[in-house]
Design a protein around this ligand. Structure first.
Ligand SMILES: [Zn+2]
Ligand SMILES: [Zn+2]
Ligand SMILES: [Zn+2]
Length: 160
């Protein structure tokens, strides 16, 4: 079974989220024999700076003042690396990136995006993926990749 998603994404000690993400990334790269370079690490850390998806330009802006070799192609390559290895996801509709809350597990990019605070939570639902696959295959379509981006209002923002 998968870990339950963190319920409250705004009122918590976010330092722990960042720490957990970096530790998980280190472990995953060690297991796969991948190099977790200082830039890859820094980009992951910046993507994890909050639960709001962050755009490439914002990342480039932040990295410009640092010394890790922040030329845009290098940063894009670091982002590609993080996506390919399941450490972050791209939120298509916002053209932005978000840290993966359970890296290392095969899963779909399903997200609940709050229109009020801008936070995005990963939705872990195998049944959604199954029902899409089933409906698709009824039409003779083999589903390979799926992303789902649901907008609305999160529990924190709905609190009176
Ligand atoms: Zn957090
Ligand atoms: Zn994920
Ligand atoms: Zn919200």
């Amino acid at each position: 079974m998968k870990k339950p998603a963190k319920a409250a994404v705004t009122s918590h000690d976010h330092e722990h989220c960042i720490e957990d993400a970096l530790v998980a990334a280190e472990r995953l790269c060690a297991e796969k024999g991948l190099r977790f370079t200082p830039l890859r690490r820094r980009v992951l850390e910046l993507v994890w700076s909050s639960h709001k998806p962050v755009g490439a330009y914002a990342l480039l802006d932040k990295l410009r003042t640092e010394e890790l070799g922040s030329a845009p192609p290098t940063v894009y390559r670091a982002l590609d690396f993080l996506i390919e290895n399941g450490l972050i996801h791209r939120i298509e509709r916002m053209n932005a990136f978000i840290g993966c809350s359970h890296p290392g597990e095969t899963h779909r990019g399903f997200f609940l995006i709050c229109g009020e605070c801008g936070n995005a939570q990963e939705l872990e639902s195998d049944s959604v993926a199954e029902s899409i696959s089933t409906s698709a295959s009824r039409r003779g379509f083999t589903a390979r990749d799926m992303t789902l981006e649901v907008t609305g209002t999160c529990a924190e923002c709905r609190r009176p």
